[in-house]
Design a protein around this ligand. Structure first.
Ligand SMILES: NC(=O)c1ccc[n+]([C@@H]2O[C@H](COP(=O)([O-])OP(=O)(O)OC[C@H]3O[C@@H](n4cnc5c(N)ncnc54)[C@H](OP(=O)(O)O)[C@@H]3O)[C@@H](O)[C@H]2O)c1
Length: 221
């Protein structure tokens, strides 16, 4: 049994990751701002009032988790999408997406890094729309930029945490039917979570600092 932390576990992909990992017998520490009835049903250990934009709440969560031992796998799922285009750009909304999608994972990863096991893994939910090479349409400035920036944060973390024996991966979950997409998508959260778990199981230090689709293909930056 490995010790997993899932941040952003109350709905969507994070909830499904929690469900599937718990079902296969892992120890799951599930963080969220407010627990849903569905998260409570998983039987995971739940920590509420964890806002990834807030230092104090992240530090409190890390301290409570480390008190019970080191972590094998940290999965940062929390994210927001605020659609925009060149005409509708709003600076506050752009900043908000950087706060959650870029600084959030960096804050959580930095806080947990000293309490990860050697051989541990950090998976950060990014998006292929943050890939320069994959951008063929424009639009969604805030979301695209914040995910491109978290890719850089993840590669930096991969370098900086190598000496601790901790590998870091950027993960694209697919186009998934969740609240974020208004229920649109190619796959359900169950299929996405299965793919993400398979990636986390398969990837190791040889692949640290790389970007993967849940379907198993490696993505370009
Ligand atoms: N769905 C897709 O097609 C897709 C594609 C590419 C990438 N992704 C990425 O995959 C991840 C999960 O997406 P999803 O589709 O499952 O989205 P979702 O259903 O909208 O869930 C988003 C999660 O992020 C949490 N969150 C938002 N702001 C937070 C904050 N400040 N602090 C802590 N938690 C916060 C939400 O918690 P609350 O309930 O408290 O708001 C919720 O648990 C995101 O990073 C997203 O960008 C999704």
């Amino acid at each position: 049994m490995a010790r997993y932390v899932v941040v952003g576990a109350n709905r969507g992909i994070g909830l499904e990751l929690t469900r599937q990992l718990k079902a296969r017998g892992e120890e799951i520490i599930a963080a969220c701002r407010s627990a849903s009835p569905e998260l409570r049903e998983t039987g995971a250990e739940i920590h509420e009032h964890v806002d990834v934009t807030d230092d104090e709440s992240v530090e409190r969560f890390t301290a409570a988790t480390k008190a019970n031992g080191p972590v094998d796998v940290l999965v940062h799922v929390s994210g927001i999408l605020k659609g925009d285009n060149l005409d509708t750009l709003d600076w506050d909304t752009l900043r908000e997406q950087f706060e959650v999608n870029t600084l959030g994972p960096l804050r959580v990863a930095r806080s947990f890094a000293p309490f990860m096991k050697s051989g541990g893994k950090i998976g950060i939910l990014s998006s292929r729309v943050g890939s320069m090479a994959d951008n063929t349409s424009g639009g969604n400035y805030g979301y695209r930029m914040s995910k491109a920036a978290v890719n850089m944060a993840g590669v930096n973390l991969a370098h900086d945490l190598k000496s601790l024996g901790v590998a870091v991966f950027l993960l694209h979950p697919g186009f998934v039917q969740t609240e974020m997409t208004g229920g649109r998508g190619h796959i359900g959260p169950d299929e996405s979570a299965r793919g993400l778990i398979a990636r986390l199981d398969a990837l190791g230090m040889d692949e640290t600092g790389t970007f993967w689709h849940a379907d198993g293909s490696q993505l370009p930056w």
